[in-house]
Design a protein around this ligand. Structure first.
Ligand code: FAD
Length: 430
């Protein structure tokens, strides 16, 4: 059979709709022909799942294998809404069925434990070894638990959840909020830069305050921040004053916000200005690159992965593309939208490279909505281009919710936020 069809013929076959049966007959996305190209993608979150889907959409003759341990991936976007009681876990659950059954991506639920860049292979925990022509790595972040005295993965899993990877951590924090005594305070400790979703802790504070206002009116939210300022600060602060009065208190690093240690047994956070007690304590530790990227030697002295900004190919290991939170992507923030945008750009680059063409300079985008209250949304958007300074945001493209936005605009932003989620989830996993 491999003698009879050229790749072009095969693409036509696929276009004509015969591919479904052909692919399943020959076992998912495993190469059909000796010369069929194979891309392995590690990580099925915003970056990796986007790359896998879009490679298949752009050239279905390329075999794509996605390695992801989770059968259900819970998105961090909207996980704050779950904490605030506005969504349920099922609303943020994504699966890989459509990628597998409709788009012809081979999905292996396993963990990549070793990348051999020289031999172009990935070893999985279950023992499989996958050979690749090109590899996409999008493992997201891990946490630097040791950076905070008294904190550990065990403490996070039992007493002081970070809830900064959605899933069981989100459920634990939501349960703690529900069970907390009225009158106790919720302490949120955001990390220093860089970290995923810069507005995330502040949206969380907003939606927790919204929950407390209704359910535990004698409690408040205290944000103990390492930083002196934060994303969309003016807009958040204005919204907090309007919706919650003094229910949210933000302490900057220099004003006693910086935490020195935690004492889980006494539910206390130690700051330079003394201890702060909480009924619920949400510690979001400093973040580092997902372990597999570090182990594969894809990081530089910054701890993150340097890449060619056109193709997101590693500048350390050729043939490996690093996207999403793990990559150094110039002015782009560590966000799901950015990761997905990078996934698509990478997909286009890989397809072009495999077809013997030169990858085109990318156009990248990011939009980030935050909910301050159920009918009160704010957003920031940017478009990025490549210059001699790397990936920079284009002046005048995108923007921020105006400080003087009226109630209708703020309510529309909240509606757009819901639309944004539905669209991106459908675009990636649908
Ligand atoms: C509370 C919160 C709210 C947020 N809200 C927004 C928002 O509104 N908008 C927005 O754009 N972004 C938001 N984000 C940020 C967004 O979630 C991340 O930036 C995004 O998930 C990054 O995508 P990624 O592909 O790099 O990593 P992830 O989405 O984390 O995906 C990484 C995947 O890789 C898998 N993996 C890791 N190691 C391995 C391995 N060795 N082998 C195989 N698989 C592996 C993991 O299981 C995971 O599924 C939010 C984040 C948080 C915490």
């Amino acid at each position: 059979m491999s003698q009879k069809f050229t790749r072009r013929d095969f693409s036509k076959l696929v276009m004509a709709g015969a591919a479904g049966s052909t692919l399943s007959l020959f076992g998912g996305a495993k190469p059909l022909f000796a010369n069929q190209k194979h891309v392995v993608v590690v990580g099925g979150g915003f970056g990796g799942a986007s790359a896998a889907k879009y490679i298949k959409k752009l050239d279905s003759s390329i075999a794509v294998t996605l390695v992801e341990p989770l059968t259900t991936y819970y998105t961090c976007p909207f996980s704050n809404w779950v904490l605030g009681g506005l969504k349920e876990m099922k609303d943020i659950a994504q699966t890989y069925d459509v990628l597998k059954n409709t788009h012809g991506v081979e999905v292996i639920h396993d963990t990549a434990t070793e990348i051999d860049a020289a031999n172009h292979s990935v070893t999985l925990k279950g023992g499989k070894v996958l050979k690749y022509d090109r590899l996409v790595v999008s493992p997201g972040i891990d946490f630097d638990y040791d950076a905070i005295e008294g904190y550990s993965e065990e403490v996070a899993n039992t007493v002081m959840p970070h809830a900064y990877k959605a899933g069981p951590q989100t459920e634990l924090l939501a349960k703690q909020l529900q069970e907390m005594k009225d009158g106790d305070n919720v302490i949120i400790c955001p990390p220093g830069n860089p970290f995923r979703c810069p507005p995330g802790p502040y949206e969380r504070a907003s939606l927790v305050a919204n929950y407390l206002k209704k359910n535990k009116p004698n409690s408040k939210v205290i944000i103990l921040d390492t930083k002196e300022k934060f994303s969309k600060q003016g807009l958040f602060t204005k919204g907090w004053e309007r919706l919650y009065g003094d229910l949210i208190e933000w302490r900057a690093g220099s004003a006693g916000g910086k935490i020195v240690s935690v004492d889980p047994a006494n539910m206390t956070v130690q700051t330079a200005n003394g201890p702060v007690k909480g009924g619920v304590i949400n510690v979001i530790p400093p973040q580092k690159v997902g372990k597999i990227a570090l182990d594969a030697g894809l990081t530089n002295e910054s701890g993150w992965c340097p890449v060619n900004p056109i193709t997101f190919e590693s500048t350390i290991h050729p043939g490996i593309h690093v996207i999403g939170d793990a990559s150094i992507a110039g002015a782009m923030p560590k966000s799901g939208f950015a990761a997905s945008s990078q996934g698509k750009v990478t997909a286009a680059s890989i397809v072009r490279l495999m077809q013997g063409m030169v990858p085109a300079p990318p156009s990248l985008v990011n939009t980030c909505y935050s909910l301050v209250g159920p009918g009160y949304g704010i957003s920031v958007a940017a478009v990025y281009k490549l210059t001699s300074d790397g990936i920079v945001s284009i002046k005048g493209a995108g923007g921020l919710t105006p400080m003087d936005a009226d109630d209708d605009q703020l309510s529309e932003e909240a509606t757009y936020a819901r639309g944004w989620y539905n669209n991106i989830a459908q675009d990636i996993w649908g």
